[in-house]
Design a protein around this ligand. Structure first.
Ligand code: ATP
Length: 259
């Protein structure tokens, strides 16, 4: 039995499903990454696991329990925390208020305090900024705060949707390092990322999404070395490739400049 199993998931927003029969698994303590172009279905899958979207068909098992139809709050109680794309921190509130909201599901005060100590150890820059308004932070700092807020509920599984989006390159490296660290502390992580190279570099396994299906899957190492994966990403990076040289061998350029 896997820690999380999704079997034959069909889900979406209209009569045309964004996810068409997805079957994936996460083992405890793994980083599993979902890579794929814009609109491939990664966020939709993350939302079905956190409960923001109820699948039209299929089943989601967490430790063997069918959670497919549980509310998001019930899933948070089980330890599944979603850090959505675009951060969505409470921009008008202070850091400390944002962190407190992340711990709303933790009833015991001592546990909330322990989590706060843990989170401030992981994110020392927040220590002196507890009274600062979160909206004044840079994009990268807001992303770190969003992760910190998610950790306040002491999760077992972290669902991270595009944590590198809109973040300066230096901080992106820091965010990926942090994600690795969280795995080494026992968290199970699902990482949806368009930044395939960096995501695969820290992941154990990966799934490549294309138009609502899994087109490729395997160990992160194999995917990272796969020419097929490079090809899949031409779509994402075609604007960069296009700028480099019109009509040239895109796969070669992609390997040279992106990978
Ligand atoms: P991105 O990185 O842009 O989030 P993604 O791989 O996460 O890409 P999804 O956001 O899951 O892709 O989108 C999958 C499909 O569902 C796309 O065709 C998208 O247009 C559609 N979609 C996403 N959100 C909605 C929504 N709220 N209403 C209707 N259609 C949606």
């Amino acid at each position: 039995m896997s820690f999380i199993e999704l079997k034959n998931i069909i889900a979406g927003y209209t009569e045309i499903p964004a996810l068409r029969n997805i079957t994936i698994r996460l083992e405890e303590g793994e980083i599993v990454t979902l890579v794929g172009a814009n609109g491939a279905g990664k966020s939709t899958l993350v939302k079905t696991i956190s409960g923001l979207l109820i699948p039209a068909a299929g089943v989601i098992l967490f430790n063997g329990e069918d959670i497919s139809r549980l509310s998001p709050a019930d899933r948070i109680h089980r330890g599944i925390v979603h850090i959505p794309e675009g951060r969505q921190i409470f921009a008008g509130m202070t850091v400390s208020e944002n962190l407190a909201l992340g711990a709303y599901s933790v009833v015991e005060e001592a546990r909330r305090e322990r989590q706060l100590r843990y989170v401030l150890e992981l994110f020392p820059f927040l220590r002196d900024r507890l009274d600062d308004i979160a909206g004044n932070f840079s994009g990268g700092q807001q992303q770190l705060l969003a992760i910190a807020r998610g950790l306040m509920s002491d999760p077992r599984v972290l669902l991270l949707d595009e944590p590198s989006l809109g973040v300066a390159p230096l901080l992106v490296a820091e965010i990926f390092k942090l994600i690795s660290k969280l795995r080494s502390e026992g968290l199970t992580i699902l990482l949806a990322e368009q930044n395939a190279r960096q995501a695969l570099a820290i992941a154990d396994r990966g799934y490549v999404f294309e138009n609502g299906i899994v087109s490729l899957q395997g160990s992160a190492k194999d995917l990272l070395n796969s020419h097929e994966v490079a090809e899949k990403y031409l779509g994402i990076d075609s604007h960069i490739v296009g700028e480099i040289a019109d009509g040239a061998d895109k796969a070669r350029l992609l390997r040279q400049y992106i990978w």
